[in-house]
Design a protein around this ligand. Structure first.
Ligand code: SF4
Ligand code: SF4
Length: 341
């Protein structure tokens, strides 16, 4: 399976970079026929601006909408953010709504599109009703899964609060990753394009530091794309649970990958890894009281009700806490840090 790497250090040249990256693997024409409904599954997560490198950059979304239209496909843009009722604001703040409107592409909030129940999971209908699904992840580390890529991106297919319920049901990384792969194998995406122009290192997917990683990667196999993307930022690719388990379940290619375009050694950049990477059981959330705006998002998002307000302070029940780090990930103020104890 081919994975293309193209250097790109500026979002203003995005369409050329993505076109080049797709041409290297055979072009969009391989997967899109006229009038196909093409769903662009962005990485929305939460309401963050494009330059904060949490969400798929709007220039990437705009470029792909235009390229889909050039193949006479009908593009849609869809996702659900991390918590309940947060998706509309996230579409707006990330500027994905703006580019979708400019390009007349329908925006699908998975919190309102309804779901199909597959393998005990409620998966947003558009992910199963579209002719072509394209995953548009952001190149980031992740405190719980260590790397968030084209496969993990489909967790957004589970609307709103149900995501945190799944964290509670599958607290162990391998079980959680197998659940992600159940979604992935139901959705069957045909293409993944990694937005790695601005990436995120450290305590991603939302509390890390922005890195200018200057790459776009594409593959018709999202598992291959994750394999190469995680290697590019300094991981052992088979150390990423979704990739290793996808290999075991024969859901994608990890052995016969050919990199086309730029050589990986020319663009490799070792991202700083999350604090939780070594000893997760010893890494716990802490609130920076100065930053906390008492919005209570963390209280509502915690899948095991381990967060309470005592004497006006956010407090954690360390016994109940399952170290999913959803509170830290979705705190809009970045007020919850992860620390080793
Ligand atoms: S989500 Fe963040 S800002 Fe909101 S209450 Fe919790 S710690 Fe404070
Ligand atoms: S306190 Fe935070 S890390 Fe612990 S279970 Fe709740 S959301 Fe997850």
């Amino acid at each position: 399976m081919n994975v293309s790497i193209v250097k790109c250090n500026d979002y203003s040249t995005m369409k050329n970079a993505i076109k080049q990256s797709l041409d290297l693997i055979g072009g969009l024409g391989r997967i899109i026929k006229p009038n196909d409904r093409v769903l662009l599954k962005v990485n929305l997560l939460m309401a963050k601006k494009p330059e904060q490198a949490v969400t798929t950059h709007p220039s990437v979304v705009k470029a792909i909408i235009q390229l889909v239209k050039e193949k006479d496909g009908i593009p849609f843009v869809g996702d659900s953010a991390g918590g309940a009722g947060l998706t509309d604001k996230a579409f707006e703040v990330s500027c994905i709504k703006k580019v979708a409107e400019e390009e007349n592409a329908e925006l699908l909030n998975f919190e309102r599109t309804g779901t199909y129940r597959i393998k005990g999971l409620n998966i947003a209908k558009p992910l199963l009703d579209s002719d072509v699904i394209i995953s548009l992840p952001k190149l980031k580390t992740h405190t719980f899964t260590f790397f968030t890529g084209a496969v993990k991106n489909f967790f957004g297919g589970i609307p709103g609060k149900q995501k945190s319920e799944l964290h509670s049901k599958y607290p162990k990384l391998n079980d959680f990753s197998n659940m992600i792969l159940d979604i992935y194998s139901a959705v069957k995406p045909k293409l993944g394009i990694m937005d790695g122009v601005l990436g995120m290192e450290g305590d991603g997917p939302s509390n890390g530091e922005v890195v200018k990683s200057n790459v776009i990667l594409s593959s018709f196999d999202c598992v291959s794309l994750d394999y190469v993307s995680s290697a590019l930022i300094g991981y052992n690719p088979m150390g990423i649970a979704t990739t290793r388990l996808a290999y075991e379940r024969k859901l994608g290619e990890t052995e016969s990958i050919e990199i086309v375009g730029e050589k990986i050694e020319n663009v490799k950049i070792d991202f700083r890894k999350p604090v939780s990477e070594d000893a997760k059981e010893n890494v716990v959330p802490f609130v920076d009281k100065e930053k906390c705006a008492q919005c209570l998002t963390c209280v509502s998002i915690c899948p095991v009700n381990a967060i309470n307000i005592i004497n006006d302070d956010i407090t954690f029940n360390r016994t109940k806490c399952i170290r999913c780090y959803c509170c830290s990930e979705l705190c809009p103020e970045g007020a919850i840090r992860l620390v080793k104890v």
